[in-house]
Design a protein around this ligand. Structure first.
Ligand code: ADP
Ligand code: MG
Ligand code: ZN
Length: 478
């Protein structure tokens, strides 16, 4: 039997704020355990939550950037459950009246555009964190850190619109990028600011109804998300092929073993006994407020990609890479404003620049070569002062030493040899040293010229002008 994969994603995004959602404790990551706490986020009896307005407005901006409709009336609800990291015994979240609904994000996979629906974006508080004693040399005991309770989150719930692990990845990449562009979150996956649960099911091709889904948790990198989905599709396929049924359950992904395993049977909404939180008033949002925030939404990745194609005439593939981060896109545009050779600039950024950054696990924010310094290097190639090949070495040196292209070329004597008598000498030597190849060339095997050019370049340490080498060799071998 052939099956189709169906995926819906729930993403918890930590919204960038100085203070927590309902109190004035700091949201600073990495402070000593339980330092960022107060009676409100510790859930003491009788305390009252007060909503952080900056958080609300950032959440509204997240809705606008993903084409969600902001509900004129939305409210918080209590989601009741017991867990040691949840001091109140309930989480303040939103249920029947969320902040935003009916949004969408466009993704591109294999060159085709696809729209993925967003069911809702709602606001909620984060829970605390359990630390198990094994990690503290104290096995058998568990500790709790409440620094994270009350950290503000948005949960972004997609429609079950994705049909492959690649589409899921493309969706997450685009969502992350939108949230970074709007600066509502830093989306730092290692610090848990962007956490994803994947709902996965399969159905026989042609069947209308969805199959039973499992929910995968503990996916803290794009690579693991993709692997976990692929594993789960395989597993469900085997279950159905054996004539069994998939159980609706929550499963954990074990990155070391590359497998998912059951954690608990799936809870239903009614298990949580949701009800409107009586401590918090409903939130009323009028059009004027929405319009005010709409004006603060910057150019988003998709618009930027379209503009890069029309303004700079570079391929869609390039625009995808260049706009993957706003800083990288800005870097490209600064270069392009100094040198009207967008495709050449794009090639250098996608090739050498990103390679160096990846090698060192760095971000464009840490990149030491300024746009004008890179353009200076590219101008040296353009004017024929150095060859493209030599330039690659100069680029590496600029990256390591922060020196300018000019000074590296000067110091190392890398200027291209364009003096024809100097090149002629080397050409003569090479012709003399390789009589059989010369004969082959004369006999009509023109491809040998490549070898001979290579020899001349080698002898000139890469500095001879390749065009002149070619011309001289041909002239001398007739
Ligand atoms: P819950 O809190 O129970 O997980 P939500 O409604 O918050 O429920 O999230 C459900 C998620 O599961 C959504 O992203 C939705 O698109 C997805 N989903 C629902 N049914 C299926 C299915 N049959 N296969 C895959 N994903 C599904
Ligand atoms: Mg869920
Ligand atoms: Zn607090």
């Amino acid at each position: 039997m052939k099956y189709e994969t169906v995926i819906g994603l729930e993403v918890h995004v930590q919204i960038k704020t100085k203070t927590k959602i309902f109190c004035s404790c700091s949201t600073q990551f990495g402070t000593p355990a339980n330092e960022n706490t107060c009676p409100i986020c510790l859930g003491m009896p009788g305390v009252l939550p007060v909503l952080n307005k900056h958080f609300l407005e950032s959440s509204m901006r997240a809705c606008l950037a993903t084409h969600c409709t902001i509900q004129p009336m939305n409210r918080f609800a209590r989601k009741n459950y017991f867990y040691p990291d949840l001091p109140k015994g309930y989480q303040i979240s939103q249920f029947e009246l969320p902040l935003g609904t009916c949004g969408h994000i466009n993704i591109y996979v294999d060159g085709t555009k696809k729209r993925i629906g967003l069911t809702r974006i709602h606001m909620e508080e984060d829970a605390g964190k359990l630390i198990h004693g094994e990690n503290l040399g104290n096995p058998g005991k568990s500790y709790v850190d409440f620094n994270r309770t009350g950290v503000p989150l948005c949960e972004v719930v997609s429609e079950p619109d994705m049909r492959s692990a690649e589409e899921a990845r493309a969706y997450l990449t685009e969502l992350k990028s939108i949230l970074e562009y709007t600066e509502v979150s830093d989306c730092n996956m290692e610090e848990g600011s962007f956490r994803c649960d994947a709902n996965v099911s399969i159905r026989p091709i042609g069947q209308k109804e969805f199959g039973t889904r499992t929910e995968l948790k503990n996916l803290n990198s794009f690579k693991f998300i993709q692997k976990a989905i692929e594993y789960e599709v395989d597993r469900q396929t085997k279950v159905l092929d054996q004539g069994d049924t998939v159980k609706q359950e929550t499963r954990l992904y074990d990155a070391d073993r590359g497998e998912t395993f059951p954690m608990r049977s799936k809870e239903e909404a009614h298990d949580y006994r949701y009800f409107p939180d009586p401590d918090l008033v409903p939130i009323l949002i009028d059009d004027a407020w929405v319009e005010k925030l709409q004006k603060t939404i910057p150019e988003l990745p998709e618009q930027k990609r379209e503009r890069f194609v029309s303004k700079y005439g570079i391929p869609e593939y390039d625009t995808g890479v260049l706009t993957s981060s706003k800083l990288l896109a800005d870097y490209f545009e600064q270069c392009a404003s100094l040198l009207p050779q967008p495709k050449i600039i794009s090639n250098w950024i996608m090739g050498d620049l990103l390679r160096e950054l990846k090698k060192d696990g760095k971000d464009i924010a840490d990149f030491p070569i300024t746009p004008s310094a890179l353009v200076e290097l590219l101008k040296l190639i353009d004017s024929g002062t150095i060859s493209g090949n030599i330039a690659k070495g100069v680029f590496e040196e600029m990256y390591q030493t922060k020196k300018s292209a000019e000074s590296i070329v000067e110091e190392k004597g890398l200027k291209q040899i364009t003096d024809s008598s100097a090149i002629e000498k080397i050409v003569d030597n090479v012709i003399q040293a390789n009589p059989s190849q010369v004969e082959e060339f004369k006999g009509g095997k023109e491809k040998v010229i490549g070898f001979l050019v290579g020899q001349v370049m080698k002898e000139s340490k890469g500095k001879a002008n390749p065009g002149m080498v070619n011309k001289l060799l041909k002239e001398k071998m007739v």
